[in-house]
Design a protein around this ligand. Structure first.
Ligand code: TYD
Ligand code: MG
Length: 466
């Protein structure tokens, strides 16, 4: 190796920002202490990294309209929650990144996927750089029986893995995890930005060249000691994040990028004694354990991808004993809650400036859709007045700075979901009334409001009735 070509570069381990000098804070993602020195061989990086042409074969040109898509190009995993997030199955030759905190269940999910896909007659190869074959077998035993179509390889050398894939010709490959893989052509340690990128580029080349579908596991790390999955988001076809509260048993698989389907789709799972179980009706799951007749609690409907999801929003407002009141949120945006409280104060004359306020989306879900604004407002007012809202009420709608309630997308679907779970009254933006006319006839009372004041008047009247 010619010494002159080796250069020292600093990479941010969180976002992959490259710099010739060390810096305390990454200019790209503003993270501190994430710049790590790596020695790279420039001559190799330019030819190897990123290029994904097939060696030895001439590129083929075809008329776009003549390219046919066959249904069998997609492999259904049989796990409905996963298939939907993937956009209707595993696309042949695709590269999918599955990111998440260590211990959240990525290996379990992918091993279960292997199990299902293999049962359907597809050949899969599970490559682990983290666990031994015996450890994987112990996990597999908890998950049930495996067909002989599942091959196991415990290896961290990329060249050896590529060779095995070429020889065994599996249809689906799982790489667990990308941070343990290393390529001999790069001198830096496994897990560094240049190694992780090189490994992904090589896998991309394999996936597209041999038409194998590759799943890559990437650990999300906070310390910045190994490169995070964000470094490769741009290289892969699909990015899925597996999230959830470690203390709770459910897990949410969220699609954040998908070249073959809609993003923001979620799949809900529950971690059980013997693996992950699909949660077919997540709304019911999210609402279980909801308190009865408690002030500050309301149900909202948020769209997660194409699916409506009912969630409980809780507000707690109490007098502050500090000069600057405390405001805190879990599962939603703090800035948004501050804004809604300012709207309430200015447009409806509710004195909240001396109050501490806490807003919580239960179930550990993160919801940023503005459609939950109206429910947040009502939860805050309900807690402020210490009056419970009607138990069978749901509300959704975006709140603007003038206190107007704006229409949101897919109102009819949201109302239908609420009806399915036995809700009887729905407060929604007046602009959405047209979409939901038919709902009025049956057991659901649909009430259109055009301002926050309208909504408050309605719940005020409910109080008088009760
Ligand atoms: P794992 O898939 O190893 O996480 P990751 O690959 O994301 O690091 O999941 C580990 C956790 O899941 C571990 O705490 C044990 C738990 N688990 C169960 O609760 N039930 C099971 O059947 C399995 C296999 C794991
Ligand atoms: Mg694992």
């Amino acid at each position: 190796m010619a010494k002159g070509k080796m250069t020292s570069v600093f990479f941010c381990q969180s976002c992959g920002y490259e710099s010739a000098k060390w810096m305390g804070q990454c200019p790209g993602c503003k993270a501190w202490n994430t710049m790590v020195e790596e020695v790279v061989d420039r001559s190799k990086l330019q030819t190897g990294g990123g290029a994904h042409h097939r060696q030895g074969s001439e590129s083929e040109v075809r008329v776009l309209s003549e390219v046919t898509i066959r249904e069998q190009d997609k492999v259904l995993t049989g796990i409905e929650e996963l298939d939907r997030v993937l956009g209707g199955g595993i696309v042949q030759g695709s590269l999918t990144l599955v990111g998440g905190d260590p211990g959240i269940g990525k290996s379990t999910l992918l091993l279960q996927t292997c199990q299902k896909v293999a049962q359907a007659g597809h050949k899969v190869l599970y490559v682990s750089g983290e666990e031994s074959q015996v450890q994987i077998k112990m996990r597999a035993d908890r998950l049930g029986s495996f067909s002989p179509n599942v091959l196991l390889l415990c290896e961290t050398s990329l060249d050896a893995i590529s060779e095995t894939i070429r020889r065994q010709k599996p249809e689906i490959v799982v790489i667990d995890s990308i941070q343990t893989m290393y390529s001999e052509s790069i001198s830096s340690a496994p897990g560094s930005v240049s190694q992780v990128r090189e490994a992904t580029a090589a896998l991309l080349q394999l996936a597209k060249g041999l038409l194998v579908s590759v799943f890559i596991v990437g650990h999300v790390t906070k310390e910045g000691t190994v490169a995070g999955p964000r470094v490769l988001e741009h290289m892969v076809d699909t990015v899925l994040y597996f999230e959830g509260d470690r203390h709770a048993s459910y897990r949410i698989l969220r699609g954040v990028k998908n070249r073959f389907g809609s993003t923001n789709e979620i799949g809900v799972f529950e971690m059980r004694e013997n693996g992950l179980e699909e949660v077919k009706n997540p709304s019911e799951y999210m609402l279980s354990g909801r308190p009865e007749n408690a002030s500050g609690s309301i149900v909202a409907c948020s769209m997660e991808g194409t699916r409506p999801l009912l969630i409980e929003i809780q507000g707690l407002v109490c007098h502050s004993s500090f000069g600057i009141p405390r405001r805190q949120t879990t599962g939603t945006d703090l800035g948004r809650v501050n804004l809604l409280m300012a709207v309430l104060e200015k447009r409806s004359g509710i004195q909240l400036s001396g109050c501490d306020a806490y807003v919580n989306v239960t179930g550990g879900l993160k919801v940023v859709e503005p459609a939950i604004d109206l429910a947040i407002v009502l939860a805050i007012v309900s807690s402020f007045r210490n009056k419970a809202l009607p138990a069978k009420l749901i509300a959704f709608g975006e709140v603007g700075l003038s206190g107007e309630v704006r229409a949101v997308s897919q109102a009819a679907q949201r109302v239908a979901e609420a009806k399915k779970l036995g809700f009887e009254i729905c407060l929604l933006p007046k602009g959405n009334l047209g979409d939901c006319r038919t709902e009025n006839a049956s057991n659901m009372k649909v009430i259109g409001v055009s301002t926050v004041a309208d909504a408050l008047e309605y719940i005020g009247n409910c109080d008088n009735m009760g």
